[in-house]
Design a protein around this ligand. Structure first.
Ligand code: MN
Length: 228
């Protein structure tokens, strides 16, 4: 059927828990700093500034459970995040309608070449070389929302070699998932296959070869990644 001048690139995809079928990945939107340092007492921060997003490439996803230490860096950081997978989309979606577009949830790592990101920040340049590199988005299987319900509270954590490094609660997100979807849809035509990395709690830090990262989100199976 296809008529391409070069072989068609592989479709990036993620496993779906309890199914042989896979979730095809289109875009990956990542929200910047989205967890308050401390528990949010009343569920809303009146002083919050608009969210900001950057992107990873769809083909940066990797569900192998191994993360190869990337080139051109000496300071690679973990950021554990809840993944929101979309089954449909559109433009100008309201917060009230946002959750009907969610297929399900997963656990992912926004692996970051922090030294390169820092240089780019200093020069006011784009972050891609710090954020959107090969296998920079390790992700576990997606779980359909029909099985988990919508995840808006519960612990999110990461250990390295058994030692706790990141700990937070999904309810500490400054911009909640429906707000993230509504906001993104004002700027982009979001669509089936898009993933949102919903931000990371405090405690990010470096890894080295041989380290084992164990990522947890309440309601989902742990996702374990070894640095190779
Ligand atoms: Mn992140």
């Amino acid at each position: 059927m296809s008529n391409y001048v070069i072989p068609q690139p592989a479709q990036p995809s993620l496993p779906v828990q309890g199914s042989d079928a896979r979730f095809p990945v289109r875009r990956i939107y990542c929200i910047g700093r989205n967890y308050a340092d401390h528990a949010i007492e009343m569920g809303h921060d009146p002083d919050k500034e608009p969210p900001f997003f950057f992107q990873k490439n769809g083909d940066n996803v990797d569900s192998s459970g191994e993360f190869p230490y990337p080139p051109q860096t000496n300071d690679v950081h973990f950021e554990v995040e809840m993944i929101v997978a979309l089954k449909s989309g559109g433009a100008n979606i309201s917060e009230a309608d946002a959750m009907q577009h969610v297929f399900g949830y997963g656990i992912g790592l926004d692996m970051t070449r922090r030294d390169l990101q820092g240089e780019m920040k200093k020069m006011g340049r784009p972050w891609e070389i710090g954020k959107a590199f090969e296998r920079s988005a390790p992700m576990g299987p997606l779980v359909p929302a029909s099985q988990t319900g919508h995840l808006d509270s519960g612990a999110i954590s990461l250990t390295v070699n058994g030692e706790e490094r990141q700990k937070g609660d999904l309810n500490q997100m400054i911009w909640k998932v429906p707000e993230q979807i509504a906001y993104l849809s004002r700027f982009y035509d979001i669509a089936a296959g898009d993933l949102i990395m919903s931000g990371t709690p405090a405690g990010v830090g470096p890894i080295k070869k041989g380290d084992v990262m164990e990522c947890r989100v309440d309601g989902l199976a742990p996702f374990i990644v070894k640095v190779v």
